[in-house]
Structure formats: C-alpha cells, structure tokens
Ligand binder design. Structure first.
Ligand SMILES: Nc1nc(=O)c2c([nH]1)NC[C@@H]1CN(c3ccc(C(=O)N[C@@H](CCC(=O)O)C(=O)O)cc3)C=[N+]21
Ligand SMILES: [Mg+2]
Length: 296
C-alpha cells in the first residue's frame, strides 16, 4: 500500500490560521509584528526562499523589511546592517539568509544578531537555550519537522529516529529537539553523516528517517524499513528540460519508490519547505509578543 503523504502545505496552512489570531491580538493593541530579511547576492534559490518569506508576512499582516545587498558587500557593511536591524524598534525579529559569500564569516554575522531578535535561532545563545530545553526561539526547519510529525499522527515518542546530515541548521538541532524530554519528542536519536560506516544498515533501523544530506534521491527504497516515516528536508534543483523553469525541485529521498515501503512520507515541494516558512512567522510573532511583555 502507498504511504500517507504528509502535506507540509496543508499543515502549514492550519498553523497560519492559528497565527492569524495571534496577529489580531497584537493589532488590537496597536502592535504590528515586523520581520527583517537580509539577502546578500543573487543566488536564485535564496531569492525564492526570501520571496516566500516576504509573501508569508504579507498574508499574515506582518510588516516585512527586505535588505538586499550586493554579493561584494564587505563584512563590515553587513555587520552595520545587522546593528541597524538590532536597533530598529519596528523589526521584532530578522534573519540573514545563508549561505553568505565566502569572504564573509557567517559565525561572526550570526553572533552579531541580538539573540532576542534571532528569527532563525542560529545564535549560540539560542542554540544553547534550545539544547537545554528552555528555548526563546526554536529553529524553523527542525521545529517544522516536529510539528509535521505530531500533527500527522506520527508522534516520535519512543521511536528510533535516524537523521542523515549533521549541519547546524538541520541535523544537529533536529536531534536535540526530538531527543528532548517532553511533548512531541522523547525519541531515541541516531545521527549519520558522510563519515558513517554502514550508513545503509543504520538507516534501515529507523522508525522515523530524516533526510538532510543535500544530495538528490540519496535515500532509496532498499534503505528504508517497511512502515517507516520518512521526512525529506532536501531541496535540490535538478535540470529538467521538460519543466517550465528548466529545473525541477527534488528531495534527498527517492520519493516514487520509497513511498511503496514507508507508512508516511513528506513530498518535495510542499513538505518541509512551507513548514519552515510558517515556523519562521511564528518566531517573528512571538518576538513581538515578548518585546511587549505579552504572553503568546
Ligand atoms: N538564515 C537562513 N534561514 C533559513 O531558514 C534558510 C536559509 N538561511 N538558507 C536556506 C534554507 C532553505 N530554506 C527554505 C525555505 C523555504 C523553502 C520553500 O518554500 N520551499 C518550497 C518550494 C520553493 C521552490 O519553489 O523552490 C517547497 O518546498 O514547497 C525551502 C527552503 C530556508 N533556509
Ligand atoms: Mg550535512
């Protein structure tokens, strides 16, 4: 039997409806939550993501501020923009889209963001708060994955979650969040990566598999245990002459074949991507609540 398709599009729309009430509550008090988005350079994928974030702000009635800088911008100039956003009372939270050009030190930029305005929760202060289970903000993609699991009836409690990928923005925080004591967590977590021996065998023991490798269709049917839940974090653009834009978006999972053995699976597009956007909106709204000493 084919797997349940976990629609990030539908679940994210449900969360958007919940967030509308949170925004209305603020607007009744004369507060408009504001999100800043800094984009450096012309990477076409980054532009799409940034546009999706701005559109989501418009849809929810948030003020958005896009700061677009040329690829040649100096690190000092970028840090100055970060300082300006830190000081801007209308911007409750903001992010600097990654990756940044090579001549800019990403860690230096992330460290400059006011942790209370850190929409991505990438600042070491927020990474630490998340790790000890006392977060101010949750990182959007990992938090979106947790919401998808819970809201689709696939609670990770007691399950073996196998994560492939150890990045600071997906693999590591997904592991931290799902192993946490508490609702929507309590999983047993294994993290695999490019240096893992017997990767195939380990993945096959996963009740829940989170693929965050960055390699198109890396996870194949033979690697997945019958009945496993598969979360695909990949957004790989592959050339496709028959597609309108000349490329197609494919995940890290061989979706068409894996769905024959999985009990549930997320699609790409329409899976983790829209969840990332909506959890980011949640962070911006929650920042506006906190800045005004209100309980969300
Ligand atoms: N500071 C920072 N924060 C991020 O949150 C961040 C980042 N840098 N760098 C890149 C990754 C990637 N990411 C995505 C956001 C939305 C979609 C998304 O909307 N995807 C749609 C389709 C988009 C398309 O058509 O290309 C979907 O999957 O349905 C995907 C990926 C955020 N990231
Ligand atoms: Mg990785």
């Amino acid at each position: 039997m084919d797997a349940q398709i976990i629609s990030g599009k539908e679940i994210s729309e449900q969360i958007r409806e919940e967030l509308r009430e949170k925004v209305a509550y603020l607007k009744d008090r004369g507060i408009t939550p504001g999100l800043g988005v800094v984009l450096v350079g012309e990477d076409p994928a980054s532009k799409i993501y940034v546009n999706n974030k701005i559109k989501a702000c418009e849809d929810l009635g948030l003020k958005s501020k896009a700061v677009i800088l040329p690829a040649e911008v100096t690190e000092d100039e970028l840090l100055k923009k970060v300082d300006e956003l830190n000081a801007d009372p209308e911007i409750h939270a903001f992010l600097v889209q990654l990756p940044l050009p090579k001549h800019i030190d990403e860690n230096k930029v992330i460290n400059r963001i006011d942790p209370h305005k850190d929409a991505d929760a990438f600042h070491p202060f927020n990474v630490g708060r998340m790790l000890i289970g006392d977060p101010i903000f949750m990182p959007a993609t990992p938090h979106g994955i947790q919401e998808m699991l819970v809201r689709s009836g696939n609670d990770p409690a007691g399950k073996h979650v196998v994560i492939i990928g150890r990045s600071n923005i997906v693999g590591k925080p997904v592991a931290a969040i799902l192993m946490q004591k508490g609702k929507g967590a309590n999983a047993t977590v294994t993290v695999c990566h490019s240096r893992t021996s017997n990767l195939q065998e380990i993945v096959k023991t996963g009740d829940i598999v989170v693929a965050a490798i960055g390699s198109p269709r890396f996870i194949t049917k033979d690697m997945i245990k019958e009945g496993a839940v598969v979360i695909d974090v990949g957004t790989n653009r592959v050339e496709d002459a028959t597609a309108k834009k000349g490329y197609r978006l494919v995940g890290d999972v061989d979706f068409e074949n894996v769905k024959e053995v999985a009990s549930a699976i997320t699609p790409v597009p329409g899976g983790v991507g829209p969840m990332t956007i909506v959890m980011l909106m949640k962070n911006a709204i929650s920042a506006a609540y906190k800045a005004n000493n209100l309980e969300m």
